[in-house]
Design a binder for this molecule. Structure first.
Ligand code: NAD
Length: 501
């Protein structure tokens, strides 16, 4: 029997047990199991759904401004508890504390945006669309909604989803990643403190069994998913087949184009953070550089080599470190395997981070920054998402060649171009088949009042995450047409289609 602290579920405002299965949660910097996570079974998830279902009528009827005030209070509580939340992120995910704070701030901005829901829900009104007829569209809540989130942004991605869902009048069930679930659970407890009624937000910890229960249950009206593409595709297909509204954001392989006229030292600085920040475990990370011309490629590779040599790898709790460990031992082995594969495929390994040593943390999942040159389209390290600190440089001759290979890639999440040529940048942003594009901005992650979504196999569904699209995703349009005939005036039947003809 494990003596580790137990991570429970939050159902109907209470921390509860549920499910007979459990698994360890590791600290990736030490390789030690530090907590034990309960994995919800079907019954436990159904209790959460029942709680959300029961809480819905009263929450839907709560004036939007009162719902929004809970978000305003939550924003303050998140700021006050930032250190505790980020400590949990670093202890379970591994990312350095400064990076966790950045993630939390982006999450808080989504809470802030959700507090504007009364304004965003105002709807559309037209007076006198026909003689004495008025018409308006309103955006009504869906009911019970759910979200399934990945390990790499354990606090931010849940905040992309449930604050706007509940601010729009829905109730919500969150299933966080089983690898680092504690920060999302703490945030949900803070939401209760902020005044969210029990049952409006439930958190179930678990794996496929929990997810499949959410996908099958008729009471769940909509599902938001963020994670890898194979699972995103499964969630989208199964959820849609079960009559739900689904948005499923998947994996990525983001290319950065460096033009011959780019400010190379600044591009190199930007690429360092984008490639190796958070150990490359970001869906907007840059794992590929496409350099136009050999001279550009040589300059970029030389610059990266110098900067990588200055990087400090170690536990995320030490503020002087630039990069923490990978999230799990399995993921560490997988990423290391891709580096082996790249060498076998014939790419040039310019910097090999496979043997990095972190004294005192020998059992941690640390991999140093790796840099490949001469990466080619046919290679596995080009085609597949590695999700680790591995950057590959490709060499092409023209911008069009770079754009053709980006467009041919399976994923279309993010991309960027480094240049001083406005015409080239404009052509790139206009034509590239990618959802989020940066010009001299390596991580073009939209702010909370825009929406986040990739193209191609990086997003299944029609609406992006957070921002204005989230208001549409978590509501249904209803259009009402109304007239008040004069009392006592007898009206005849009209058989032609009503129009203003
Ligand atoms: P993952 O797909 O393994 O897991 C995501 C969620 O799905 C977790 O909650 C997990 O419990 C659940 N899940 C896993 N296997 C399942 C199965 N067989 N059936 C049902 N549910 C299952 O993803 P991850 O490793 O946690 O996260 C990394 C991935 O997420 C990367 O591919 C990354 O690109 C992607 N990601 C995408 C975005 C985006 O906005 N597009 C953002 C962050 C992360």
């Amino acid at each position: 029997m494990s003596t580790l602290p137990i991570i429970q579920h939050l159902i109907d405002g209470q921390l509860v047990n549920g499910g007979s299965r459990s698994q360890d949660v590791f600290n990736p910097a030490t390789g030690q199991a530090e907590k034990r996570l309960l994995l919800a079974d079907k019954l436990t998830v159904e209790q959460a759904i029942a709680s959300a279902h029961a809480a819905y009528p009263a929450w839907r009827a709560t004036p939007p401004l009162k719902r929004a005030r809970v978000m305003s209070k939550l924003k303050v509580l998140l700021e006050e508890n930032a250190d505790a939340i980020c400590a949990l992120v670093t202890a379970e995910h591994g990312k350095v504390l400064g990076d966790a704070l950045g993630e939390l701030q982006r999450g808080i901005e989504n809470v802030e945006y959700a507090s504007y829901a009364p304004e965003l829900l105002k709807g559309e009104h037209s007076k006198n669309v026909g003689g004495g007829v008025d018409s308006w569209s309103e955006f009504q809540a869906l009911g019970v909604t759910a979200g399934i989130t990945p390990f790499n942004f354990p606090v931010m991605v849940p905040l992309w989803m449930w604050p706007m869902a509940v601010a729009c009048g829905n109730t919500f069930i969150l299933k966080p990643s089983e690898r680092d679930p504690s920060s999302a659970l703490l945030v949900a407890e803070l939401a209760l403190q902020a005044g969210l009624p029990p049952g409006v937000l439930n958190v179930v910890n678990g794996d496929k069994e929990a997810v499949d229960t959410l996908l099958a249950d008729k009471r769940v009206q909509a599902i938001s998913f963020v994670g890898s593409t194979p699972i995103a595709e499964y969630i989208y297909a199964t959820g849609c087949a079960n009559g739900k509204r689904v948005q499923a954001l998947g994996g990525a392989k983001n290319h950065a184009v460096v033009m011959p006229d780019a400010d190379v030292p600044n591009a190199v600085s930007a690429l360092m953070g984008a490639a190796y920040g958070s150990c490359g475990e970001r869906c907007m990370a840059i794992p590929l550089v496409v350099a136009i011309g050999d001279a550009t490629a040589d300059a970029v590779v030389a610059g990266l080599k110098v900067e990588i040599a200055k990087m400090k790898v170690g536990p995320g709790t030490d503020a002087s470190n630039d990069m923490g460990p990978l999230v799990t031992k399995q993921h560490f082995e997988k990423v290391k395997g891709y580096v082996d594969q790249g060498v076998a495929e014939g790419a040039t390994l310019v910097v090999d981070g496979r043997n990095v040593q972190v004294p005192g943390h020998e059992a941690g999942y640390f991999l140093g920054a790796c840099l490949f040159d001469h990466v080619k389209v046919g290679m596995k390290i080009y085609q597949e998402e590695i999700f680790g600190p591995v950057l590959g440089v490709m060499r092409v001759n023209t911008l069009q060649e770079a754009m053709d290979l980006i467009d041919a890639h399976e994923y279309g999440n993010g991309t960027c171009i480094f240049t001083r040529d406005g015409e080239a940048a404009r052509y790139f942003t206009d034509h590239i088949l990618v959802g989020m594009v940066g010009v001299n901005v390596p991580l073009p992650v939209p702010v909370a009042y825009h929406s986040f979504g990739g193209w191609k196999r990086s997003l299944f569904g029609d609406l992006s995450a957070y921002g204005p699209d989230a208001v549409r995703f978590y509501t249904k349009r209803k259009t009402i047409t109304q007239r008040w005939p004069s009392a006592g005036v007898r009206e005849g039947s009209v058989f032609s289609f009503p129009s203003t003809r």
